[in-house]
Design a protein around this ligand. Structure first.
Ligand SMILES: Nc1ncnc2c1ncn2[C@@H]1O[C@H](COP(=O)(O)OP(=O)(O)OP(=O)(O)O)[C@@H](O)[C@H]1O
Length: 278
């Protein structure tokens, strides 16, 4: 064995696989699902999912309707706590700490792991400025210079600053659909989350607005770790570094996007990717 072939024993197998796939050696899991199962009553919404979510990368979750993508995504920031019928088993580690461990505050979890939804949902009565700072105000931040800085930083990160900097006091609802979605991204970024979960963030948008959100992804991942659910396989291929393929409540395959799309290991993934299924 040469020096280059020596590997530390502690490298998780999937990380090792990613490296073997030619990906950079500095990959670090920001989150890790370990045997995550979500029940709706007695029914399993998604079962026994284990996968890493690498820091400062985009991970796409794909698969046919009803396969459990959204259910899994919502388990990553304890959104199911708000659904009485839902119950979660297993672990979701954030920087090695289980977000479901006793004593962990779900509000703090959702500050550290933000979420953007399918339909843009700015607060309808608030201005652009007040939409962005809504989360910070809940956290008790009051100083104007801190809020001003957060507004500019978040809107820049969401690639919206240049379009709105002269009308920050206009209603959030006066923006176009694509701008509203970027406003929601800015609102999520304002509290400086480590992870941003995006549930089909472009499915309600026109092609030009969709492209502006897709273009944003490579910038976003400099600041946060992104997980995106998408129905659109081309979108997953364009924007993501890693892909998980779900089918009937199960994670069938996870790996670097280039590998999942060109050399899927599981015949069920191949059938989906090649359009023979789903
Ligand atoms: N609140 C709920 N109560 C009961 N069952 C639910 C609930 N939400 C989702 N399910 C079920 O859990 C399974 C997974 O649904 P989920 O919405 O996660 O799939 P999905 O892959 O995101 O689908 P889509 O692409 O259509 O959004 C489905 O069988 C769905 O009917």
């Amino acid at each position: 064995m040469t020096m280059n072939e020596q590997r530390p024993l502690t490298v998780p197998p999937k990380l090792e696989a990613a490296r073997a796939g030619g990906l950079e050696a500095d990959l670090k899991p920001r989150m890790e699902a370990q045997g995550l199962t979500v029940y709706y009553g007695k029914k399993v919404g998604v079962g026994n999912v284990s996968m890493p979510i690498y820091a400062n990368r985009v991970t796409a979750l794909i698969g046919p309707s009803g396969c459990g993508k959204t259910t899994f995504l919502r388990a990553l920031n304890r959104m199911h706590d708000l659904t009485p019928v839902a119950r979660v088993e297993g672990k979701a580690l954030l920087d090695g700490q289980d977000i479901y461990a006793p004593g962990v505050d779900p509000v703090d979890v959702r500050r550290r792991i933000g979420m953007v939804f399918q339909k843009p949902n700015p607060f309808p009565t608030l201005t652009i400025y007040d939409n962005v700072i809504a989360g910070l105000k809940l956290l008790g931040v009051r100083r104007k210079n801190v809020l001003d800085e957060a507004v500019e930083r978040s809107l820049r990160q969401a690639a919206l600053w240049d379009e709105v900097k002269d009308r920050l006091r206009a209603p959030g609802m006066s923006l176009s659909g694509g701008q509203q979605q970027r406003l929601c991204i800015a609102r999520a970024l304002a509290v400086e989350p480590e992870v941003l979960l995006m549930d089909e963030p472009t499915s309600a948008l026109d092609p030009i607005s969709t492209q502006s959100i897709e273009d944003l992804m490579s910038e976003l991942k400099k600041h946060v770790t992104v997980v995106i659910v998408t129905h659109n396989m081309q979108q997953a291929a364009r924007v993501s570094d890693f892909t998980g393929y779900f089918l009937t409540g199960e994670l069938v395959e996870f790996g670097p996007t280039s590998q999942v799309f060109t050399m899927p290991k599981d015949p069920r993934t191949e059938a989906y990717i090649t359009g023979r299924f789903g």
